[in-house]
Design a protein around this ligand. Structure first.
Ligand code: F6P
Length: 512
């Protein structure tokens, strides 16, 4: 039997399993919570903290999990994981390895060493800036888009809200409104510009970078290029563009854009939170790497999460999955996850180029609790869609106000999961809750750099595990290319498009 056939057979067996409700699953197994919860400890010291992953309110049962373990065997999960950590070519369409874990010290020796050397270079620059070697630096405008912006924006927003060592503003959109907003908050005399682009060719980033240079010059900064730091996998392009070699921080080509915040793309994170804290962020991720690499079957928490993801996406028709952080500091987590999951697994062919046999990545969406409760949770409780939900919360508060704030926040988080699962009958159909709606809860002891690193790495590996079980390549993103190519053609002029597009160009005065 080929791998494809074995995988499809495992899917068929899974589809044929009896469907038990959450209530039945809990009633049948008193040990369910312990069985479907797991903790990852983030250090050896007692107060180092950790992360609890409670998947008991999903429809995973012993039988379903065994079915998914058989699928993992059929799909060659162990071998695929070994290839990932060995730095072998796992991105088969682009003939590349995917070595983001090497940036955290877990991977092929040579890649780990190379990453450490590049990190040492970045450390020197970060500490020089903190020590005032580049003069007074109060602000950094970080210019990048997609993976070159979403991770840094998330981490800075989560970890350096009130006490950033350098005030960081991330500008990604080519809409000048975004960059102007950053300018308005910065003093050009004490501002550095980070140009973050793996390829150093992305039009949004290069256009914004040119405008940022013009802004510095227009505001009397004598050596505008001297205020620029480039973060890229193609250092020669940054030098060609005008950045001094000493301020170019490279990273390896084998690090994908949406996995790059651990590399020099994380420069703004280190600048905002400090070097030691940046290393803690990497260490938190490395702990999850070790767990994912060394744990087999159902005890492997990212793999187990992928089992539940696929149960809903492939076998129960869920088209979306929602993530609600009951933590204001994680308000950007859903948009970060959207790129990670949808750009990675929003595919329609297998690694062999055959059409996939079922839906791939669900649409990731979400927001923060409690805000979501007063806006979109109506649909989650009583709507017709099945939406598996992840709740994320921290036991320690992020605020110093009356403890009532945090207590009510956490109680609401747990109440939502309980209500979705239990439901409630009523004689009035409009007031009845069907219940049996799944959720998972990720509860961190405290949201610190190590914990955020662990949370992100957990989702990276969960995304990879989903891809292996579906037989797709999560590391390319050809789907974004066609639109870019057409935009270029429009810009160049001389070509005709469909009647609607022509009319829109005409209406906007852009016809050429
Ligand atoms: O267009 C998609 C994409 O290639 C993403 O994968 C990437 O994170 C983003 O663009 C930015 O690319 P770069 O870092 O090369 O500017």
């Amino acid at each position: 039997m080929s791998v494809n056939e074995a995988r499809e057979r495992a899917w068929e067996l899974l589809a044929g399993l009896p469907k038990v409700t959450l209530g039945e699953a809990f009633a049948a197994d008193p040990g369910r919570v312990a069985k479907l919860s797991g903790r990852i400890e983030l250090g050896t010291e007692q107060d180092a903290g950790g992360v609890l992953f409670d998947w008991s309110k999903t429809h995973l049962t012993d039988e379903v999990i065994a079915g998914f373990e058989a699928l993992a065997d059929a799909a060659g999960f162990d071998e695929a994981r070994a290839r990932l950590f060995a730095g072998e070519v796992v991105n088969v369409t682009e003939h590349r390895a995917a070595e983001h874990s090497a940036l955290r010290g877990v991977g092929k020796d040579a890649s780990v060493e190379e990453a450490a050397a590049l990190r040492a270079r970045m450390k020197i620059l970060v500490e020089a800036i903190h020590d005032g070697v580049l003069g007074e630096v109060n602000h950094l405008i970080h210019i990048g888009i997609g993976g070159s912006a979403l991770g840094p924006a998330l981490a800075v927003d989560a970890l350096a809200r009130d006490f950033a060592r350098v005030d960081v503003h991330v500008a990604s959109n080519i809409d000048g409104v975004a960059l102007e907003a950053a300018f308005a908050k910065c003093d050009p005399a004490t501002t550095l510009i980070a140009v973050a682009s793996k390829t150093f060719t992305t039009i949004e980033t290069m256009t914004n970078a040119a405008s940022a240079l013009a802004w510095l010059e227009a505001n009397g900064v004598a050596d505008a290029y001297g205020r620029v730091i480039a973060l890229t996998a193609y250092p020669e392009k940054a030098v060609e563009w005008g950045v001094d070699e000493t301020r170019v921080l490279p990273f390896a080509e084998s690090v994908g854009g949406r996995y790059s915040l651990w590399s020099s793309i994380g420069f703004p994170i280190a600048l905002a939170i400090g070097w030691e804290e940046f290393e803690e962020f990497l260490d938190g991720a490395a702990t999850v790497d070790a767990h994912f690499r060394d744990t087999d079957g159902r005890a492997n928490l990212p793999l187990r999460a992928a089992f539940a993801d696929l149960l809903y996406a492939r076998l129960r028709g869920a088209e979306t999955r929602a993530v609600f952080a009951y933590d204001e500091r994680l308000r950007l987590f859903p948009s970060y996850l959207q790129q990670l999951e949808m750009e990675s697994n929003g595919k329609r062919v297998t690694t062999e180029g055959d059409p996939v046999s079922g839906p791939t990545a669900p649409i990731t969406w979400g927001g923060v609790g409690t805000d979501g409760q007063h806006a979109v949770f109506q649909l989650l409780h009583q709507g017709t869609h099945l939406v598996p939900i992840d709740f994320i919360a921290s036991i320690a508060p992020g605020d110093a106000l009356d403890p009532a704030h945090h207590r009510i926040l956490l109680m609401n988080c747990f109440a939502q999961g309980a209500a979705l699962m239990a439901g409630q009958g009523s004689d009035d159909p409009a007031r009845a809750y069907p219940g049996d709606r799944p959720s998972a809860t990720i509860l961190v002891d405290d949201l610190d750099p190590a914990t955020l690193g662990a949370l992100i790495a957990f989702h990276e590996h969960r995304t990879f595990a989903n891809a292996v079980l579906m037989g797709i390549n999560p590391f390319d993103q050809f789907g974004v290319e066609l639109g870019k190519a057409i935009a270029k053609k429009i810009e160049a002029g001389g070509e005709r498009f469909d009647a609607s597009t022509e009319a829109l160009l005409e209406a906007a005065g852009l016809a050429r």
